[in-house]
Design a protein around this ligand. Structure first.
Ligand SMILES: [Ca+2]
Length: 412
């Protein structure tokens, strides 16, 4: 990236700080609220305001500037997922089939691993990645990707690899034959607090399969790290943990209750946040949004006629951000070009108290949000996935910091 961009970002942020001091309001630097076809300036900016609020419920004293996004790495190509290793590296998937590594303060130029079998077609490709909870001793991590069957049909699989420090070896397929398509491949992989591996699967453009518990399509799965089916799964002998999903792409567990929440793409708007219970039926394609039906679990939040196109999700559980961020759910929005946040009501944290967004249209499409071991949230832009408008330096890995950190803002 050119120095001009660095300077402009810094100037923009510092300018904003000055404005905040002067006016108590953010007035500039945000991108214009432009239609999708309007060209935008190519300079990403790093200031957030809690703007664009369809349901403003946050007390004014908590509004305004809360967070900035610091640049960590750039020139990623359509990254989809990231995770942290206990030795301080960040693994990042790129949709075309590369795993990139951020280590020792910089993104390594050469891919850490190239998975040639990946078929990056439509929404498919190298998608989810998660590091094994026992990575420090076993070096294992897991990826989810699309590939082509001999027939030419697209399928998805979960493959486990072992890290050597320089690359990865011993690929082992632990879950195969996941229905795939050019759309709706799901793809998120996360270990739950129970040590089980959860996998989100889209309906692969065959909506009826979401209600068919014998199909893996339109499901959230729960498996052991070797691919075996846990004995305590809700449907005996099945990896299916919940069903009736359209295209779920985000998973996060509440840090206090351990409840699982999942984000899901709706058909036209009506994107959902669901509280996932074992064996639950979340309604697709029979119902969506506020529609109800016997046996269907409604979302805890949906986007109405607005489109978020939600992807990766994380709860905030750290001491870097302001105290009221604790227990806040944040998730990436692609078409919505923002990070949406949701606070839940005490004492069970199962109902939405308020929701809002940050970074609205500041960085373009956002694919994943993950809590780092340093207490910062990290997120990936997704402007090179064929549906965005790339700017210089895209795609980016960014890190969320409180606004008080602006004066010591570090831009590599
Ligand atoms: Ca639903």
């Amino acid at each position: 990236m050119g120095k001009s961009i660095l300077i402009m970002r810094t100037v923009c942020v510092l300018g904003m700080v000055a404005m905040v001091a002067l006016l108590g309001v953010i007035l500039g630097c945000a991108r214009p609220d432009a239609p999708e076809t309007t060209p935008q300036p190519s300079t990403p900016v790093t200031q957030s305001t809690d703007q664009n609020m369809p349901r403003p419920r946050t007390p004014p004293e908590e509004e305004g500037v809360q967070a900035v996004a610091e640049l960590v790495a750039e020139e990623l190509k359509a990254p989809w997922a990231l995770d942290f290793t206990p030795d301080g590296r960040i693994f990042i998937t790129e949709k075309e089939g590369n795993i990139r590594v951020f280590a020792n303060g910089e993104l390594q130029d050469a891919p850490y691993l190239v998975i040639k079998e990946v078929a990056p077609e439509g929404e498919g490709g190298l998608l989810g990645l998660t590091v094994d909870p026992n990575f420090a001793s076993n070096g294992l991590f897991y990826v989810y990707y699309s590939y082509k069957e001999a027939s030419g049909a697209l399928s998805n699989r979960v493959v486990r690899w072992r890290d050597t420090g320089q690359t990865a070896v011993n690929p082992t397929v632990i879950l195969d034959g996941i229905p795939g398509d050019r759309i709706h491949n799901g793809g998120r992989l996360k270990f739950g607090p129970d040590g089980k591996l959860y996998v989100t699967i889209g309906d692969a453009a065959s909506r009826i399969l979401a209600q068919d518990i014998s199909s893996l399509a339109g499901k959230i799965l729960r498996i052991n790290s070797d691919g075996a089916i846990p004995a305590d799964n809700p449907i005996p002998g099945s990896p299916v943990y919940s069903y009736g999903h359209r295209n779920p792409q985000g998973l996060a567990w509440h840090p206090e209750t351990g409840d699982l929440f999942a984000t899901e793409h709706g058909p036209v708007g009506h994107d959902e946040v669901n509280l996932i219970v074992p064996g639950g039926n979340y309604g697709w394609p029979e119902v969506g949004g506020d529609e109800t039906g016997e046996g269907f679990i409604p979302p805890v939040l949906h986007s109405g006629i607005e489109t978020w196109a939600p992807s990766g999700a994380a709860f905030y559980d750290g001491d870097v951000m302001p105290a009221h961020w604790q227990g806040r759910l944040l998730f990436a929005a692609l078409r919505g070009q923002r990070i949406v946040w949701v606070d839940f009501q005490e004492p069970d944290y199962q109902h939405v108290q308020r929701e809002n967004s940050i970074f609205v249209r500041l960085h373009g499409r956002i694919r994943d949000v993950v809590l780092g071991p340093d207490g910062h949230l990290y997120f990936l832009t997704n402007n090179l996935d064929g549906r965005g408008r790339p700017r210089e330096g895209d795609d980016l890995l960014l890190r969320i910091a409180p606004v008080a950190g602006v004066l010591s803002l570090h831009i590599p």
